[in-house]
Design a protein around this ligand. Structure first.
Ligand SMILES: CC[C@@H](C(=O)O)C(=O)SCCNC(=O)CCNC(=O)[C@H](O)C(C)(C)COP(=O)(O)OP(=O)(O)OC[C@H]1O[C@@H](n2cnc3c(N)ncnc32)[C@H](O)[C@@H]1OP(=O)(O)O
Length: 334
């Protein structure tokens, strides 16, 4: 049995729904939880909580920003979750503009991330673009209309927040890069754990050509992925990263097979990506999600805090169903 001490109204609700314990109004509630319940509350108590990267003190007023972004409509961000496999597919869908992000799509992206944060059975996520290309960044029409510094900062904070929450999801995520990933599209690909490229695809941080640097978190993520020197080459030179270069510098994690679009089979790349991802998502959801959580904390936190976060996550699987099942058998790792 675990003990959860919750101090916020949301945590009280969270504990309340799973324990049926009564909470004293505005006071600390102590919930006695079983192992499963501790798992459910983990993220409400630790660094990976569903909180925003920015607060009002930074001028971050999400509802005001959403309203502003919704003024630039077009396209959609679609989410398909598969209960049986625990896989989800997120599709950036604005093919007439090479899947550029309209303002409304930025808001939809954040909504989809919220849905995935609440999907407790999920294990894997594929992020892709519609109609055989990944994403050409921000919709330039919206960018032109929002080119004043205040709106730029708002969009920047909003997208950093949405993509950071996407990266922190307890799901193993892969960007399926077909065609082009440009500007904000290249940044979106870095918010996934892995990147798979089709043979003719290109990832390009074109920001320099737009008189910009990445603003959706893409620079910070790129440095962590490929190191500062390669990151400077990609940003300073706006280099086109093809699969060969991507693999060499560690931006790409795999190259899919040739041939699918010529066969008129648009779903072939997606099936290959699902197959590739399945080796990391086979097994019980609580174990896969725990693996992603310890990697996320290791990726983001200083060592002492990462070790403490790891201990918390370890506590959710130690003596759990999968662990006890494995111990009950005659284990040999051949
Ligand atoms: C903050 C800014 C930064 C960020 O968020 O970090 C950005 O992302 S800025 C945007 C960066 N992206 C671009 O600059 C892309 C510019 N477009 C292109 O380079 C090319 O269109 C392409 C993506 C390489 C495709 O070329 P091609 O295959 O020759 O097709 P078309 O050029 O005919 O494109 C079809 C259609 O799509 C429109 N399009 C493409 N990208 C965007 C975009 N980002 N915003 C708005 N519209 C876009 C393009 O204009 C064509 O439309 P029509 O002319 O109406 O047919």
């Amino acid at each position: 049995m675990g003990v959860c001490i919750s101090t916020t109204q949301r945590d009280m609700l969270w504990c309340g729904t799973v324990t049926q314990q009564t909470a004293h109004k505005n006071t600390m509630v102590i919930c006695v939880l079983g192992r499963y319940l501790l798992k459910s509350s983990l993220c409400s108590r630790s660094w990976c909580r569903k909180s925003s990267l920015y607060s009002a003190g930074h001028g971050f007023q999400p509802e005001e920003i959403r309203e502003k972004l919704r003024a630039y409509p077009g396209g959609a961000v679609d989410l398909l979750t598969q209960g049986d496999t625990g896989l989800a597919v997120l599709t950036v869908n604005n093919p007439s503009r090479m899947n550029a992000f309209s303002g409304a799509m930025m808001v939809e992206l954040e909504e989809r991330v919220s849905q995935l944060e609440s999907w407790t059975q999920g294990k894997g996520l594929i992020v892709r673009g519609a109609a055989g290309t990944f994403c050409s960044g921000s919709d330039l029409n919206a960018v032109r209309a929002m080119s004043n510094p205040q709106d730029g900062m708002k969009m920047c904070m909003f997208m950093q927040d949405a993509l950071t929450r996407l990266q922190r999801l307890p799901l193993v995520s892969v960007a399926l890069v077909e065609g082009r990933a440009l500007g904000g599209g290249s940044e979106l690909s870095t918010a996934c754990d892995f990147r798979l490229m089709t043979p003719d695809s290109v990832i390009q941080f074109v920001h320099k050509h737009m008189g910009l640097v990445p603003g959706w978190g893409g620079a910070a993520r790129l440095v962590r992925l490929v190191g500062d020197r390669h990151a400077l080459r990609l940003l300073g030179g706006a280099l086109k990263v093809d699969p060969e270069l991507g693999l060499r510098i560690g931006l790409a994690d795999g190259v899919l097979e040739e041939g699918a679009p010529q066969d008129g089979d648009e779903g072939a790349a997606l099936r290959q990506a699902e197959e590739w991802l399945s080796r990391y998502t086979k097994g019980p959801a609580e174990v896969i999600r725990a693996a992603k959580r310890v990697v996320s904390s290791g990726r983001e936190l200083p060592l002492t805090e990462a070790l403490r976060a790891e201990k918390e996550v370890f506590g959710t699987v130690w003596g759990g169903e999968a662990n006890l099942g494995a111990l009950a058998g005659k284990t040999k790792h051949k």
